[in-house]
Design a protein around this ligand. Structure first.
Ligand code: HEC
Ligand code: HEC
Length: 375
């Protein structure tokens, strides 16, 4: 027994000695019935205490900034938004970041023609990758980028897909700079975003601008209102789900403002899970990193399926059941617990920042702008 609990039991003893004896007569049947009714309606969860606990465990994410100069920052965010949607940054000029991380669809790959959520993404000439496209919302909060953490932040990450032969397939950073330089409208925009740079248009600055934009991608949700003290923002069932999420130990991994993104963990920690992808082992070659992945953020999780690094799991309740079977000591979860946890997870769906993500008007081609290359 620790110091606090022994003090508490002493206090209880003290209180029970000092309370006057109960002199009231036996309650009537009607009183008894009223009491039972009250007990039935009483929520199983102390929402006020839970909201406080959640604020400590998770917290509401704040957008982050790329520089302390506000004018420069807003120029970077504006330019970054444009580049995020810019298809001329791909070899065939048919694909942008938004093609695989649709901002109107919570930052994941939703096929335009039929609204299908893609398990893995089609890059240049339709080549399919082997991993599911994670959301670009809240990515800036993660300890590193990609399922295996191979890029340190959103700025470094943004340099990957543009020259990846299976994605946007540009030949080299130089080739990208040439495209940007050939479009006259980009010159003043890079100049405003990087006023001190000798050569404002560069591959690195493209990535910094995209990163500055991504650092603003947040979606305030009912869960945030709940943590700020509006305890009615979650229904009783959702609050109960949150309590299971905490007590069952999901928070050992899914914690912090993004409800994840803070550590690398093994898929199949307590019971092996069968998957081909060796995860972080690809990056570190350490035996202990086999099947280890970055813990994903669960914000907007209702909208970002299919799930897991390979997009192999279709529904959220299937996903929560798997986590109960493979990741927690207190598993498997009962059907009712799964249902409540799913209800809680849906309260993490936030509001899309429509004004911030509005598709920009693009500057026109110059005489030297290359033609699309579909080869
Ligand atoms: C062809 C589809 C495709 C395109 C185009 C694409 N991405 Fe991705 N993106 C992916 C996939 C798939 C992953 C996961 C790959 C992995 O982890 O190995 C990913 C990972 C990411 C991540 C990491 C998120 C996390 O949780 O770790 C960010 C951020 C991101 N992309 C932003 C961008 C930006 C910015 C662009 C444009 C410069 C872009 N992506 C272009 C498919 C794409
Ligand atoms: C020991 C760490 C750990 C614990 C505990 C844990 N998870 Fe996970 N969770 C992960 C990892 C790692 C992944 C990603 C695995 C992958 O994609 O291969 C994941 C993935 C998920 C996903 C899918 C996310 C996506 O974008 O695809 C959901 C939903 C989820 N967990 C919910 C839960 C719930 C609910 C609990 C508690 C019952 C829980 N997790 C407990 C580590 C954990």
């Amino acid at each position: 027994m620790n110091r606090w609990s022994s003090a508490a039991s002493f206090l209880m003893l003290f209180v029970s000695f000092c309370s006057p004896p109960d002199k009231t007569a036996k309650p009537t049947v009607a009183e008894q019935a009223a009491k039972t009714e009250e007990a039935k309606q009483e929520p199983k969860v102390d929402k006020v205490a839970l909201a406080k606990q959640a604020a400590g465990l998770f917290g509401t994410p704040e957008p982050s900034t790329s520089t302390t100069d506000a004018a420069v920052e807003s120029a970077q965010v504006e330019l970054g938004r444009m580049l995020y949607y810019e298809k001329r940054l791909s070899k065939a000029q048919d694909m942008s970041c938004n093609s695989c991380h649709s901002l109107a669809d919570y930052g994941v790959d939703v096929r335009e023609k039929d609204g299908k959520h893609m398990a893995t993404s089609a890059g240049h000439r339709g080549q399919l990758g082997d991993r599911n496209s994670p959301s670009s919302y809240y990515a800036y909060l993660h300890l590193a980028q990609f399922w295996d953490g191979r890029a340190k932040d959103v700025e470094e990450q943004a340099k990957g897909p543009v020259t990846n032969p299976g994605e946007m397939a540009m030949k080299s950073p130089k080739a990208v700079e040439k495209v940007l330089e050939s479009i006259p409208g980009y010159r003043p925009k890079f100049k405003a975003a990087f006023p001190k740079a000798k050569r404002p248009i560069s591959y690195d600055n493209m990535a910094v601008a995209i990163g500055a934009f991504e650092r603003k991608l947040v979606t305030p949700s009912r869960f945030d209102a709940f943590m700020k003290g509006d305890v009615e923002a979650l229904t009783d069932a959702e609050a109960e789900g949150l309590q299971h999420f905490v007590k069952k130990g999901c928070i050992a991994c899914h914690v912090g403002p993004a409800v994840g993104g803070m550590s690398y963990q093994k898929l199949g920690l307590l019971k092996p899970y069968s998957t081909k992808d060796e995860g972080r082992f690809r990056v570190t070659k350490a035996e202990s990193d086999k099947f280890v992945f970055k813990v994903p953020s669960l914000r907007n999780i209702e909208k970002t399926g299919p799930y897991l690094h390979d997009g192999s799991i279709e529904t959220l309740s299937e996903m929560v059941t798997i986590m109960g079977n493979h990741q927690i000591a207190g598993g498997p979860l009962k059907a009712e617990e799964v249902e409540r946890i799913v209800a809680f997870l849906k309260s993490l769906t936030g509001k899309i920042p429509e004004a911030l993500i509005a598709e920009p008007e693009f500057p026109k081609n110059g005489p030297k702008t290359p033609k699309p290359d579909k080869t």
